[in-house]
Design a binder for this molecule. Structure first.
Ligand SMILES: Cc1cc2nc3c(=O)[nH]c(=O)nc-3n(C[C@H](O)[C@H](O)[C@H](O)COP(=O)(O)O)c2cc1C
Length: 234
């Protein structure tokens, strides 16, 4: 193996979900450049299912205000439309264990004790200001498209996060916004033909923030992949 780190390896390895950002602006031209790079992602028959809504400055502040108000009002929150199932309804091992570990590790870093619901609520609310990132992104898809286009969408999202790394920027993909789908779709003035896929925070990481020290583990490739052997006698 090459001992000099390849720039693509570096971008992939340094990508992590950042949960505290500096207020440093990301110029519109750079946001567009990253989106153009991300749009080089493949998609079945080049369908390019992605639609991106970029929020900055006053528009971002307005949305964040509406989102915080909704998240802190149990009735308004319960009245939000049911999102698509991003997560399974019933968790089982090993997924449940991995999910728990990342949650425990984050809360441990932040000094949030097990069962401290108020502190957990406050931390969860950080999603709804994009962790103070100067750019908030929403991704939507046309409802007429099928499962394959969601596969394409994932490639686009990862390409965007890797392109961001290439420019010294960080991201946090966010399914949390699905719980506030009504607030988001109404602010973006979307009709029923479109669906929210997820949100994403984009900006420069606040390296002094303790939550950005979270390092997540991965299962080794030798555990999730196998080299299939040829059949004997064929
Ligand atoms: C589609 C998607 C949605 C996610 N939603 C959230 C979210 O709402 N809030 C959050 O803090 N992290 C969210 N994450 C980040 C995951 O927790 C994170 O990717 C995982 O723990 C691995 O950590 P890493 O991204 O730092 O490698 C999301 C990740 C993905 C891919």
């Amino acid at each position: 193996m090459n001992t000099i780190t390849h720039p693509v390896d570096q971008a992939l390895q340094s990508r992590r979900s950042v949960r505290a950002f500096l207020p440093t602006d990301v110029p519109d031209a750079l946001v567009l450049h990253l989106l153009e790079l991300a749009a080089r992602a493949p998609s079945g028959t080049n369908t390019q299912p992605w639609q991106v809504h970029v929020l900055k400055g006053e528009a971002l502040a307005q949305l964040v205000q509406l989102a915080q108000a909704c998240f802190n009002d149990p009735q308004a929150l319960a009245a939000q439309p049911e999102p698509y199932d991003y997560y399974p309804k019933h968790w089982v091992s090993p997924y449940l264990d991995r999910r728990r570990k990342v949650g425990f590790d984050l809360y441990a870093l932040l000094g949030i004790a097990k069962g401290d619901k108020e502190a957990m609520h406050r931390q969860h609310a950080r999603n709804y200001c994009f962790f103070d990132a100067p750019v908030g992104l929403f991704f939507t898809i046309d409802n007429i498209l099928s499962q394959g286009s969601w596969l394409d969408y994932g490639m686009f999202l990862q390409s965007l996060m890797i392109a961001a790394r290439g420019h010294g920027l960080d991201t946090c993909p966010q399914a949390a916004w699905l719980s506030l789908q009504g607030v988001v779709t109404s602010f973006l003035e979307l009709d029923d033909s479109k669906q929210l896929v997820c949100g994403m925070a984009l900006g420069y990481a606040d390296e002094a923030a303790i939550e950005n020290r979270l390092l997540t583990e991965r299962v080794a490739a030798t555990e999730f992949a196998r080299f299939v052997k040829a059949k004997a006698g064929s």
